[in-house]
Design a binder for this molecule. Structure first.
Ligand code: ATP
Ligand code: MG
Length: 382
């Protein structure tokens, strides 16, 4: 029997990446366009709540790039907001690695991966956490690093993918610097694709960066039922323990289409059926209980722990509204708490920033679908 195929954990590629074909197609389009001489496509920006699969998709784009023989400079921005200096560093590493490979022919990603693996270039993200490096890099240095990198790559008929994860943390001046440099070189038609991912707050935070305004934005939401079902069924079958039809439904319902929860429930269903050759409804119902416990004790409780007392009242009111009417807005939460929406706007922003809630049109939603129900199980003094 094969091992549990489900991957409950952040940054873990799922066995089946379901429901994201539009973004995958857009990424392929961008790479193919960039590979043609004289075209630099618009950056691709992926936004969505925590655990919807942004990092996994960036990895997928990197895999597509690798298939073309293109390396990826991947940066994960931290709270410090630094982006430019680690990007320069990463570009320098790629340039040095590629320069040692023969020019003229096509770059084989195998050679590159072997070489890069040694340098920790592929699969390893440079931690952009060094505060002291902030401001030491000039726009000129970034420009030079990019130009050098693209030159050695062009000699090998290759291009470059740059991915920036947790982009909402990027300090405004750092984003401006990146944007200005890239903008300036659009006419050069560099074979370059830039993809950013972050919480939906990225849009508000970087409003003034025209480069990003012109980007191709993709909002990643919850998966629909059909995609959720695929994400649960296919890995189980492929790993030799198919799910009965009536087993899938409770798992789909419990996950609410939330990618992280899909992996949690799938994983518990697999475990419940440890001694069997199929996953039955009974296994699935057991998995729903265990999965809800895991999400509650882990994910929701840690969010709750990070939330102030006022934030908790806000979330309680939101959870009640959600329970009663299946939807809620900031205005309704304020009304429920008997204060003006304006007075609560800082709490709303804080919870959005934290990624516990996200804005969906004029409504607000819980980033984790089961969190509202979990909050209602808490005592008032929790
Ligand atoms: N399309 C999908 N189908 C099924 N499972 C998925 C899908 N996308 C992501 N997952 C699963 O969801 C979980 C979260 O993925 P990921 O870490 O990429 O989310 P994220 O959006 O980057 O979260 P964060 O904002 O916290 O960084 C992982 O367990 C992953 O395997
Ligand atoms: Mg992520």
């Amino acid at each position: 029997m094969q091992a549990n195929p489900f991957r409950p954990g952040f940054n873990q590629a799922p066995p089946v990446l379901a429901g994201r074909s539009a973004v995958q197609a857009a990424a392929l389009d961008a790479l193919e366009a960039a590979a043609r001489p004289g075209v630099t496509p618009r950056p691709l920006v992926l936004v969505g709540a925590r655990g919807v699969g942004k990092t996994v998709l960036l990895g997928e784009v990197a895999a597509e790039a690798a298939a073309l023989g293109w390396p990826t400079a991947s940066i994960e921005v931290r709270q410090s907001g630094v982006l430019v200096a680690p990007l320069i560093e990463r570009l320098g590493m790629i340039t040095d690695t590629v320069r040692e490979l023969p020019a003229g022919g096509r770059l084989s990603i195998d050679t590159l991966t072997a070489k890069a693996g040694v340098l920790g270039l592929v699969d390893v993200t440079v931690a952009a956490a060094r505060k002291d490096s902030r401001g030491t890099a000039t726009a000129f240095a970034l420009e030079t690093a990019l130009a050098d990198c693209l030159e050695v790559l062009a000699d090998r008929h290759s291009g470059l993918l740059v991915t920036v994860d947790e982009a909402q943390f990027t300090a405004r001046e750092e984003m401006h610097e990146l944007a200005a440099t890239l903008q300036q070189h659009v006419p050069d038609g560099w074979p370059l694709v830039v993809s950013l991912a972050g919480l939906p707050s990225l849009r508000a935070g970087q409003r003034h960066v025209t480069y990003l305004e012109r980007a191709e934005w993709h909002e990643l939401g919850l998966l629909d039922r059909a995609a959720t079902e695929r994400a649960l069924r296919e890995p189980a079958s492929a790993a030799g323990k198919p799910m009965d039809s009536d087993a899938v439904e409770p798992l789909v319902d419990a996950s609410g289409g939330y990618p992280y929860a899909i992996q949690v429930f799938g994983s518990w269903a697999w475990r419940s059926a440890r001694h069997d050759t199929r996953i039955t409804r009974e296994h699935a119902l057991g998995a729903v209980t265990r999965g809800n416990e895991e999400l509650g004790a882990g994910l929701y409780a840690s969010r709750w722990g990070e939330t102030s007392a006022r934030g908790r009242s806000y979330l309680r009111a939101a959870a009640r509204l959600f329970d009663e009417q299946g939807r809620f807005s900031g205005g309704e939460v304020a009304e429920r708490l008997g204060v003006s929406a304006k007075e609560l706007s800082y709490l709303r922003s804080r919870l959005l920033q934290q990624g516990t809630l996200y804005a969906y049109g004029r409504e607000l939603r819980f980033a984790f679908p089961g969190m509202a129900a979990w909050i209602l199980t808490l005592h008032d003094d929790d």
